[in-house]
Design a protein around this ligand. Structure first.
Ligand SMILES: Cc1cc2nc3c(=O)[nH]c(=O)nc-3n(C[C@H](O)[C@H](O)[C@H](O)COP(=O)(O)OP(=O)(O)OC[C@H]3O[C@@H](n4cnc5c(N)ncnc54)[C@H](O)[C@@H]3O)c2cc1C
Length: 359
């Protein structure tokens, strides 16, 4: 296990290009960049992610339909191999394409250079639209992807009619205040269960008034960061996230129907249409289609297996960043560049994920 928190220095920042060590977090880059008129090109649902982790999983965000993955914006990086050699690689190099989305298996990324995007400030204008049924979701998604930089939907996964709330947004001008201090869940207390999820989802759906507002980027991009140790709400047994992408609407419908039928209660089900911007990594997860992320208690082993089989049968893939259960057969089937990738493995690096799916 290598701890990368010590790789915490910025190396340079000029004309929207930041070069920093790989243990710097995305939150630290935003703190530096936003007051200077720049934003990260891609952010995930939490800012407590390191640059090395963002590259190794080739992460995606709410603007995948426009910007593609994080790795597309990395101009250069340094890789330290276990034989002590250091390779500086950039897009087009095979070792770069193996390392982006390479799950930390090609060596240690020590620093990276990332191209940021200009923004008018810390504000985002957001819009929330309620929908009922997947046809309405598809229509809003198509319209919003053409209009807006950021799009994502929350789904009331237990509602058989597939109701939800579609969020879309863009960077905006104007002074906005950063959110107040975080709240914290002090102990493991299992508040998430079938009943509370049903009640939470219904209340959340009803409470959303919809409409436009301008606010700070933080709650729009990183809502969970406001609650420290929110995972404790799942109790000591914890939870796993199932995230897949399926290429077509029918596959998505089948998957969501099955989730509702199984009564697989998740308060945080996220649905997004991926665009067709190619991912640079040999093992990158994002590809055209629909991605669904659903949190389930770790004990729901059969549900995970059932959802995996539907996703794989529909020609989809599971996201290794979130995975603890995927079978080797599904991984091999859905990551066709696996053999090409294996040529770049560092022999001293491995992981429990890797031993399970490719060992
Ligand atoms: C609340 C929440 C929301 C999330 N939302 C999203 C989302 O919207 N989109 C998305 O794509 N992901 C999302 N994620 C997943 C997250 O972005 C990835 O798991 C990310 O890789 C975590 O980075 P980390 O720095 O915590 O790395 P770790 O979890 O420590 O490691 C992740 C991987 O990166 C490798 N790695 C880390 N540092 C280096 C390095 N310096 N060199 C080589 N390899 C390295 C590790 O070996 C490991 O394989 C979310 C996670 C959470 C908890």
């Amino acid at each position: 296990m290598l701890k990368t928190g010590g790789l915490d220095r910025f190396i340079s920042f000029q004309d929207g290009i930041v070069r920093c060590e790989a243990g710097i977090t995305l939150g630290e880059i935003l703190e530096l960049a936003v007051p200077r008129g720049y934003f990260l090109p891609v952010v995930p649902g939490t800012k407590h992610v390191s640059v090395g982790g963002a590259i190794a999983n080739d992460i995606h965000g709410k603007n995948h339909h426009r910007a593609g993955t994080f790795g597309r914006h990395v101009r250069r990086l340094e890789l330290l191999r276990s034989d002590g050699s250091r390779a500086e690689v950039s897009p087009g190099d095979e070792l770069f394409n193996a390392t982006v989305g390479g799950l930390g298996l090609t060596g240690l990324i020590t620093w990276a250079e990332i191209a940021l995007r200009p923004v008018p400030g810390a504000a985002v204008q957001t819009d929330a639209l309620k929908f009922t049924g997947l046809d309405e979701f598809f229509a809003i998604s198509d319209e919003s992807d053409a209009l807006c930089e950021y799009t994502v939907a929350w789904l009331d996964v237990l509602s058989r009619e597939h109701r939800g709330i579609f969020y879309r947004g863009d960077h905006a001008a104007g002074a906005v205040r950063a959110p107040r201090a975080r709240v914290s869940v002090p102990v493991d207390v299992k508040l998430v269960n079938g009943l509370t999820v049903r009640a939470f989802n219904a209340a959340y759906y009803l409470a959303q008034r919809g409409g436009k507002r301008v606010g700070h980027y933080d709650p729009f991009f990183f809502p969970l960061d406001a609650v420290d140790r929110w995972n404790r709400l799942y109790g000591k047994g914890g939870f796993l996230q199932f995230q897949c992408v399926v290429p077509a609407r029918e596959g998505l419908r089948e998957l969501l129907d099955e989730i509702a039928r199984l009564g697989a209660g998740s308060p945080l089900t996220v649905l997004k249409k991926f665009g067709d911007v190619p991912s640079p990594g040999m093992l990158s997860f994002p590809r055209p289609g629909f991605t669904v992320a659903i949190d389930l208690p770790s004990s729901e082993i059969q549900t995970f297996a059932r959802l995996e089989s539907i996703a794989a049968g529909a020609g989809g893939a599971l996201y290794p960043a979130k995975d603890a259960r995927m079978s080797a057969a599904t991984f091999v089937k859905s990551y066709p560049r696996l053999d090409e990738f294996k040529r770049f493995l560092d022999p001293a690096f491995s992981s429990s994920f890797w031993r399970r799916v490719a060992g």
